[in-house]
Write a protein that binds this ligand. Structure first.
Ligand code: B3K
Ligand code: ZN
Length: 859
C-alpha cells in the first residue's frame, strides 16, 4: 500500500460547500443518491479534475449539472471527473449492502438496525466524496424506509420534515447547519427507544437530549444521561464552551469498532459506554461511561467546531479532548485517584508503544492505514503534552490560550501547529523548543543525581530520548518537573518548585540543608518521562509516608516495588537482600493499611502493585514468566505476612452497604484487593471468602471481583460461580463479555486452555468486536498465559488475526502489537513471536491495516 506523508499535504483542488444525501434504506440494498455542489478552490493550484473517493462503490449514474455525463473514470476506488467550469453540481447514485459490511466502517447493520461509522475514511464506503477532513460541507439528508423495520430515523443536526406513505414506508429529512467534514456524518435507522432529558445552556437555550437504545435497555441509561448533562455544564464553566444545536442525540449499538464517535449532534456509542446499572456494571464501568460520554461531548468544540486539516493532526482533537475528559473526571470524583489511573494507563499502554517497533510521534510523519494511528500515543501522550502546557502556563493563562485557539480557528480545519501557536500567543509562553514533543517519538529518560555537600544539595538531571524507528538521533526536550526537597527531620519541604529541564544536562543548587534532603520529583507526573533515580528503600518509604503530593506518594510505593522486583527478576538479590526488600515493602503497605488520614479509594491506589507489563518494560530481554513468578511470589509473601490485616480489611469493607458514594466505592475496591492478596497466600481461605462475596453480592463490582479471584484458583468454587454467572446474565452481551474476559485474563495455570475452549463456545463470535476484545485482547495482556514458553499463546493470537482479518481488518490489526514486542523479550520467545508475525506476513490478501502493523513489527 502507498505510504502517505505529512509533508505532501496539498489543499483540496475542489471544495464542496453543500451536499444533499438521499437514502432508500434497506438492510442489504440501500440506494444512496448524493448531490454535491462543488467549487474550484481558489487557494489550491487549480486542477480541472474532481477526485471523489470511493471504497468498493459502483457508480450507477453520474450527472453533471443535471445532465447525464459519461466522461468520468475510475482510479482504484475513486471516481474522477474533468470539469470545465469553476462551479458545478454533481449527482452520483450507488447501491450498498449494509448487511454484508462486517468491517463496521461506513453504513452497516447491527441487530437489524442501520448505523454508520465514518471516521476516519468510512464515508467513502457510503458515497463518492472528497473524503478528507479539510473539506467542510453543509449536509441535508433525506431517508426513507420501511416504518416497521426502521421506526426511528436519525441524522446530524435538526429534523426538518417527516412523512408517511401508503406502502408502509416513512421518511425523515435532517439538516445540519454547521459545515462539517464527512467523517462526522452519521445516520441511524432502527427500532429504538429513547430516554429524554433537557439542558438549559448558560445563554438560556433549551437543548433536548435523547439516548436511543434497544427496548429493554432504557433503565440502564441514567448514568450516561447524568454524565452528559454534567459535561455540558462543565464545558461552559471550565472552557467557556456552549452547545450549539437544539438537540443532542446519542445512539448505543452493540457492534462497534471503537468506544464511541462524536458525529455532530448524533453521537454513536458502543453500548458498553452507555448502559449501566449496579447489577451489571462495575464502578470502573461507571467511570468509563462518565469519561467517554464527556469525551465525545467535548469533541463538539475540540474536534467538530475546530476540526483537523489532515489525519496527521489527529492529536489536535484527540490529545486535547482526552485532556479535557481527564480534567472533567478529576473534577467529578477524586482528582488524585484519577491522575494515578491516567498515569497507570499511560505506562501500561503508551510506554510500550513508545519503546517498540510501532513508536511514532504524537503527530506522525507517515502512515499507510490511518486506522492504525488511533493509538495511546496520539490520544494519551497527546493529552500529556498539552497537560505540560497547563503546567508551564498555569490554568488561567492556559484558558486564555484555548479561548484564542477557538476564536481563531472556529469553523476551520486546523493543525497541531495552529494549536501550539494559539497557546503560545494566548498564554504568553515560548514554545519553540517545546514543539519537539510533537515531532520526536520515544519516552524521554531523566537520570537524577542528588549530591549533598556542606549545606548544599545539588540536583543534576540528564535527559536522553531513545532512538525510535526512523529517528536515530534526538534533540533535548522541554521537561517541566514539579519538584520538592524534604527535610528528613521535619518530614516537610519548603515549597514546591517547577524545574524546567531544557538541556541534555542541567544542575540546580539548593542551600540550607544540614542533612541530605529527600527528593520528590515529577510530582503529579508533570512530564510523561521515565525518571531514573536510585533512591534508597529508606527514602522511598519516607516519601510513601510523608509526601504531600498524592501522586508522589503512589509513585514512591510503586518505585519501592519496582526496584525490588526488577532486581529479583535480574537475579541480583541475595537472600538477605530479598528479605530486607520484602520487609520494606511490607512495612510500607502496613502503614498504608493503617493510615487513618487516607480515604479508601486512595488507599487502594497505594496498595496496587505495579503491573507486569510496566515491570517488564524496565528489563531488557525480559523473561516474562520470571516477572510473573516474582510478582506472584511477592503477593504471596504479602498475603501471608499481612494475613490478619487483609482479613480485617475484607471484613470491614464487606460491611459497607452499596452506594455510589466515594466511601462505598473505596470499600468495594479494597474488598477485592484484600482477596487478591489472600488468594496468593492461602487459596482455600480466599476461595471461601470469594465465594461468600460472590453469593452476597448486590452489585457487579463485588460480583466480578469475587469471580475474578475464583477464576485464578484451582478450586471447585470456580466452576460453580462461573456457571452461575453465565446463567444469571445469559443474553446480556456486555456482562457475558465480562464472563469471557475474566477467564481469559485469569491467573489460572490453564488459562490458555480456557481461552481455546472459549473460542469454541456458542457465545463466541468474530463479528462482535467487544466479544473479540473480551477474549483475545484480554488474553494477550495476560503475561502468564500469553507468554507460554512453547509459543502456544503467540500461535493462538496469530490464528485469530488470520481468521478475523477478512471479517474486520481494523480490529484484527489491534491484535498485532502484542506480537511486535519481540525485541524486548528473551531470545527463545522472541524467535517464536517473530515466527508468528512472519506466518501472518506470508499471507497474500491481508487487509491494509494488518499488513502495515505486521510489516512494521518485523522491521
Ligand atoms: N473519534 C473517534 C475515534 C474513531 C476511531 C476510528 N478508527 C472516537 C473518539 O476518539 O472520540
Ligand atoms: Zn476522541
Amino acid at each position: 500500500a502507498p505510504v502517505i506523508n505529512r509533508a505532501d499535504y496539498r489543499p483540496p483542488a475542489w471544495l464542496v460547500p453543500e451536499i444533499a444525501l438521499d437514502f432508500a434504506l434497506s438492510l442489504d440494498a440501500t440506494r444512496v443518491k448524493s448531490t454535491l455542489k462543488v467549487e474550484r478552490n481558489a487557494a489550491a493550484d487549480g486542477s480541472a479534475t474532481l477526485r471523489l473517493n470511493g471504497d468498493g462503490l459502483v457508480a450507477q449514474e453520474v450527472l453533471v449539472d443535471g445532465q447525464a455525463h459519461n466522461d468520468w473514470r475510475m482510479e482504484g476506488g475513486d471516481l474522477l471527473i474533468d470539469l470545465p467550469g469553476d462551479a458545478h453540481e454533481i449527482s452520483v447514485e450507488t447501491v450498498i449492502n449494509p448487511a454484508a459490511n462486517t468491517q463496521l466502517s461506513g453504513l452497516y447493520a447491527s441487530n437489524g438496525m442501520l448505523c454508520t461509522q465514518c471516521e476516519a475514511e468510512g464515508f467513502r464506503r457510503i458515497a463518492f466524496f472528497p473524503d478528507r477532513p479539510d473539506v467542510l460541507s453543509v449536509y441535508s439528508v433525506r431517508m426513507a424506509g420501511d416504518k416497521s423495520a426502521f421506526p426511528v430515523l436519525l441524522s446530524n443536526g435538526n429534523p426538518v420534515a417527516a412523512g408517511e406513505a401508503a406502502d408502509g414506508t416513512h421518511l425523515a429529512e435532517w439538516h445540519d447547519p454547521w459545515p462539517k467534514p464527512s467523517y462526522l456524518f452519521a445516520l441511524v435507522a432502527g427500532d429504538l427507544v429513547a430516554t429524554r432529558d433537557q439542558f438549559v445552556t448558560r445563554s438560556g437555550r433549551t437543548v433536548d437530549l435523547a439516548i436511543y437504545v434497544r427496548a429493554g435497555d432504557e433503565a440502564r441509561t441514567g448514568h450516561a444521561m447524568r454524565s452528559l448533562i454534567a459535561s455540558m455544564k462543565w464545558d461552559e464553566e471550565v472552557y467557556g464552551r456552549e452547545y450549539d444545536l437544539d438537540l443532542f442525540n446519542i445512539v448505543a449499538v452493540a457492534d462497534f469498532n471503537a468506544g464511541a464517535m462524536e458525529n455532530k449532534g448524533l453521537n454513536i456509542f458502543n453500548t458498553r459506554y452507555i448502559l449501566a446499572d449496579p447489577e451489571t456494571a462495575t464502578d470502573a464501568d461507571y467511570d468509563a461511561i462518565e469519561g467517554v460520554v464527556a469525551h465525545e461531548y467535548f469533541h463538539n468544540w475540540s474536534g467538530n467546531r475546530v476540526t483537523c486539516r489532515d489525519w496527521f493532526q489527529l492529536s489536535l482533537k484527540e490529545g486535547f479532548t482526552v485532556l479535557r475528559d481527564q480534567q472533567f473526571s478529576a473534577d467529578m470524583g477524586s482528582a488524585p485517584v484519577k491522575r494515578i489511573e491516567d498515569v497507570r494507563i499511560l505506562r501500561a499502554a503508551q510506554f510500550p508503544e513508545d519503546s517498540g517497533p510501532l513508536a511514532h510521534p504524537i503527530r506522525p510523519d507517515s502512515y499507510q492505514e490511518i486506522s492504525n494511528f488511533y493509538t495511546a500515543t496520539v490520544y494519551n501522550k497527546g493529552a500529556e503534552v498539552i497537560r505540560m502546557m497547563t503546567v508551564l502556563a498555569g490554568l488561567d493563562r492556559f484558558r486564555k490560550g484555548t479561548d484564542l485557539y477557538f476564536e481563531r480557528h472556529d469553523g476551520e480545519a486546523a493543525t497541531c501547529e495552529d494549536f501550539v501557536k494559539a497557546i503560545e500567543d494566548g498564554a504568553g509562553l515560548d514554545l519553540a523548543q517545546f514543539r519537539r514533543w510533537y515531532a520526536q517519538a520515544g519516552t524521554p529518560r531523566v537520570d537524577v543525581s542528588l549530591v549533598h555537600e556542606g549545606e548544599t544539595a545539588t540536583l543534576t538531571l540528564r535527559q536522553t530520548v531513545p532512538p525510535t524507528p526512523g529517528q536515530p538521533e534526538k534533540l533535548p526536550m522541554v521537561i517541566p518537573l514539579r519538584t520538592a526537597l524534604f527535610d528528613r527531620a521535619t518530614g516537610k519541604h519548603r515549597g514546591e518548585e517547577l524545574l524546567v529541564l531544557t538541556e541534555a544536562e542541567q544542575s540546580w543548587a539548593f542551600d540550607g540543608f544540614a542533612q541530605a534532603p529527600v527528593l520528590s520529583i515529577n510530582r503529579g507526573f508533570s512530564a510523561p518521562v521515565a525518571i531514573r533515580s536510585p533512591s534508597s528503600n529508606e527514602d522511598l518509604v519516607f516519601l510513601a509516608e510523608h509526601d504531600d503530593d498524592p501522586f508522589a506518594r503512589y509513585e514512591a510505593m510503586q518505585q519501592l516495588v519496582v526496584q525490588h522486583l526488577v532486581a529479583a527478576v535480574e537475579g541480583q538479590l541475595s537472600d538477605a537482600e530479598r528479605d530486607a526488600g520484602r520487609r520494606a515493602i511490607g512495612d510500607a503497605i502496613a502503614a498504608v493499611l493503617a493510615d487513618p488520614a487516607l480515604d479508601d479509594l486512595m488507599r487502594g491506589e497505594l496498595l496496587i502493585l505495579p503491573g507486569e507489563s510496566y515491570l517488564a518494560e524496565q528489563i531488557p530481554a525480559v523473561d516474562p514468566s520470571r516477572v510473573h513468578d516474582e510478582r506472584e511470589a511477592l503477593k504471596g509473601w504479602l498475603g501471608t505476612t499481612l494475613g490478619a490485616a487483609w482479613r480485617d480489611l475484607h471484613d470491614r469493607c464487606s460491611a459497607v452497604p452499596y452506594s455510589l458514594s466515594a466511601e462505598a466505592r473505596g470499600a468495594r475496591k479494597l474488598k477485592t484487593l484484600a482477596l487478591v492478596f489472600l488468594a496468593a497466600a492461602d487459596a482455600g481461605e480466599a476461595a471461601r471468602r470469594a465465594k461468600a462475596q460472590y453469593d452476597a453480592a448486590d452489585n457487579m463490582t463485588d460480583r466480578q471481583g469475587a469471580l475474578m479471584v475464583l477464576c485464578g484458583l484451582e478450586t471447585p468454587e470456580r466452576a460453580t460461580a462461573l456457571a452461575d454467572f453465565h446463567d444469571r446474565f445469559a443474553g446480556n452481551m456486555l456482562v457475558i463479555d465480562k464472563w469471557f474476559s475474566l477467564q481469559a485474563g485469569s491467573l489460572h495455570p490453564h488459562a490458555i486452555d480456557h481461552v481455546k475452549a472459549l473460542a469454541e463456545h456458542a457465545d463466541f463470535t468474530l463479528t462482535n468486536p467487544n466479544r473479540v476484545r473480551a477474549l483475545y485482547i484480554t488474553f494477550a495482556a495476560n503475561a502468564g498465559a500469553f507468554h507460554a514458553a512453547d509459543g502456544e499463546g503467540y500461535k493462538l493470537l496469530a490464528d485469530l488475526i488470520l481468521q478475523l482479518d477478512p471479517i474486520n481488518g481494523n480490529v484484527a490489526a489491534r491484535c498485532v502489537p502484542p506480537l511486535g514486542r519481540w525485541r524486548k523479550v528473551e531470545p527463545g520467545r522472541a524467535k517464536l513471536m517473530r515466527e508468528q508475525l512472519e506466518r501472518i506476513a506470508a499471507v497474500p490478501d491481508l487487509s491494509r491495516d494488518v499488513r502495515e502493523q505486521v510489516t512494521r513489527s518485523l522491521e
